[in-house]
Design a protein. Structure first.
Length: 232
């Protein structure tokens, strides 16, 4: 009886391993690299999966490298449609292609309203849900699409007049509308000079928001109107 039970357990475990292997072959690194190589006409190399949970039943998320941006980890994903079996791909490489242009534009528009502003803009890895390997948006298209996930932060010194926060924010929104920029903005007023002087503009720390004297989050949608606004 014991032998039969052990034999049955071995069969069950073997089937489980076989099923697990079969499931893992839903996605491959090569198919994501092929998508990236064809879309951007350059060679990408695999770095690692996004996290220890990859691949899942629905998707496979990885980081890849590009010779053009050797210090960056480019995000790419393959998503499986459970109903049709179709695979769709997306990535955030365009965020790096347009990084300098976007930063320069956001800085220019911001400092036309806030002359003492420090502007933080870096690409984030939440990215465009671009499904076609041929769909590389122009800069204008990238700026005006919700999927581009453009987010940036403005830090103002503690002596900046915070009573004008609403008036100045509206002036900035108008400038972003003129350029048809869809984005999320964080506007913060520092507590003191040290907080302002030590503010890093080329990194977005993965930590809780610092407590500022005044702190606002605003999101502009594809109709170029405010979708969300909160001050605290």
């Amino acid at each position: 009886m014991i032998r039969k039970t052990l034999s049955l357990l071995c069969v069950v475990m073997l089937l489980g391993v076989m099923c697990g292997c079969k499931n893992n072959h839903k996605f491959t690194v090569d198919e994501i690299l092929e998508y990236m190589n064809e879309k951007y006409d350059e060679e990408f190399t695999y770095i690692r999966p996004k996290d220890v949970y990859q691949p899942t039943k629905e998707s496979f998320e990885i980081f890849v490298a590009s010779d053009k941006y050797p210090d960056e980890m480019i995000y790419a994903r393959c998503l499986l449609d459970a109903e049709t079996g179709e695979k769709r791909f997306c990535d955030n490489y365009v965020s790096y292609i347009y990084e300098d242009e976007v930063r320069d534009l956001l800085t220019e528009l911001t400092q036309e309203v806030y002359t003492d502003a420090k502007v933080r803009y870096v690409p984030i890895y939440k990215t465009a849900s671009t499904h076609s390997s041929e769909d590389i948006p122009t800069l204008e298209q990238y700026l005006s699409r919700t999927y581009s996930s453009i987010s940036y932060m403005i830090l103002l010194p503690d002596e900046h007049d915070e009573t004008l926060y609403k008036e100045e924010m509206n002036a900035l929104i108008e400038k972003l509308k003129e350029k048809k920029v869809v984005c999320s903005i964080t506007i913060a007023y520092s507590n003191d000079r040290t907080q302002y002087d030590s503010f890093v503009t080329d990194d977005w720390p993965n930590s809780e928001h610092l407590i500022y004297k005044l702190h606002g989050d605003i999101r502009i949608g594809e109709d170029f109107e405010i979708e969300f606004e909160e001050w605290r």
